[in-house]
Design a protein around this ligand. Structure first.
Ligand SMILES: *Cc1c(COP(=O)(O)O)cnc(C)c1O
Length: 403
């Protein structure tokens, strides 16, 4: 299924108002099909990293197409269970949580990914080898678009350094821990297939330390195109190379090992469209601003990561092109795009941000006491409201008036 058309997006904004998040579910299954095709020759499992977008309907949809789920908090685990994932299809990969949260994951029966030696010790002391676990390593490979979204560098808080293997081995030996998997995730926006292949080499070496190993989890960070001409991770090539590497490993060791991945962005980024309205056109001495009825409280990626989102004027798609700086209404620097060429924008026009499926609504807030937008899921061409727009009362929910 292809992208949603401008006309259709305008229609949705007319019906449901703006600002509005729209997700085209069929694009998620298209992306999933690409992964399945690329890795059809090896024993692969895909865990959707639901921190990218966790509306319960999206989770149910992802469940229905056969993917598994990667969760970073116990609440994501519970949402996954509620959405119909069985515990064996959930992987819990938290960071800096206390032992109680890991223990809760164990009680719920999900796959556990542990990234701290002190937690490994506590888990091993309490459960020995009775419950298989996965260990998250930091392979010290630099991947990822920029420092904020890279997790493989030497001072990253994620994973256990591969240089601490002797310590890990001591813990495993003394507690009898059953290590069924090893994991790495070096960041996001990794366009170079070699980052994964280098990581895999490191993982194969680590694998020799764990005789009961059943899977190697290579995380994610697959890059999707955000701008015209952007490079993306070549999934077909990655599939081919990873399959070759696993076949060679199997031949050499006689061991059959699964490969797991945790795509977030890759599955949902392009399925998402964020529609806003141009409230004002503001000409200053230097710049023409388009001020829209949204801000970084709804889509923080440009301000937070300097992320680029393609923008189109869907109300005037053939208007003459002009250069604008697109800004939000938050009372702080709040710029979505600098010096962007758009078809002439008039007050009241609707603009769409593409690639709004991943880390869009999910990172939204009520900053400036503004309301969170509604969310729509389009499935087989039919639009469903999957979250109502916040109302004024939502701002006071959980507040206790004591004066
Ligand atoms: C965020 C995250 C992912 C997903 O990363 P994307 O770049 O969205 O694909 C996968 N695994 C873990 C452990 C994560 O924290």
């Amino acid at each position: 299924m292809s992208q949603l058309t401008n006309e259709y997006l305008v229609e949705l904004a007319r019906e449901f108002g703006s600002p509005l998040y729209v997700y085209n579910a069929n694009q998620i299954s298209d992306q999933y099909a690409k992964l399945e095709a690329a890795f059809s020759e090896c024993n692969a499992r895909f865990f959707y990293a639901c921190k990218a977008l966790s509306n319960i309907n999206i989770l149910k949809y992802v469940e229905s197409i056969g993917a598994s789920l990667d969760c970073v908090s116990i609440n994501e685990v519970k949402l996954g269970l509620k959405a119909g994932f069985t515990p064996d299809r959930i992987l819990f990969t938290p960071n800096c949580v206390d032992f109680a949260e890991i223990d809760e994951g164990k009680q719920l029966g999900v796959n556990l990914n542990i990234d701290n030696i002190s937690i490994l010790e506590q888990f091993g002391t309490k459960y020995g080898g009775s419950y298989p676990i996965c260990i998250r390593f930091n392979p010290h490979i630099m991947g990822g678009g920029n420092y904020k979204i890279s997790t493989g560098h030497i001072d990253s808080k994620f994973g256990i350094s591969i240089h601490q293997m002797r310590h890990i081995e001591r813990v495993v030996k003394s507690t009898g821990l059953h290590v069924a998997g090893i994991h790495m995730h070096t960041g996001s926006d990794i366009k170079d297939v070699n980052v994964f292949l280098q990581g895999l080499e490191v993982m194969f070496e680590l694998a020799t330390h764990f005789p009961k190993l059943e899977f190697i989890d290579l995380g994610s960070g697959f890059k999707v195109p955000y701008q015209d001409g952007d490079v993306q991770t070549d999934i077909e090539l990655l599939g081919k190379k990873v399959t070759e590497a696993f076949k060679a490993y199997e031949k050499e060791t006689g061991k059959k090992i699964q490969v797991w991945f945790e795509p977030g962005k890759f599955l949902v980024s392009e399925s998402g469209y964020f529609i806003v309205k141009a409230n004002v056109i503001k000409q200053t001495t230097a710049t023409v601003f388009v001020g829209v009825n949204s801000g970084f409280n709804h889509l923080i990626r440009p301000m937070f990561y300097e992320a680029y989102h393609r923008i189109r004027n869907i109300s005037n798609p053939y208007g003459s092109e002009r250069i604008y700086t697109v800004v939000g209404n938050i009372c702080e620097t709040d710029t979505f795009a600098w010096d962007r060429t758009l078809n002439e924008v008039r007050e009241g026009d609707l603009l769409v941000f593409y690639n709004a499926g991943a880390y869009g609504f999910e990172m939204s807030s009520n900053f400036n006491s503004r309301l969170k937008p509604a969310e729509i899921m389009v499935l087989d061409g039919k639009a469903h409201l999957i979250r109502k727009r916040d109302g004024f009362e939502d701002l006071l929910r959980n507040q206790i008036e004591v004066l």
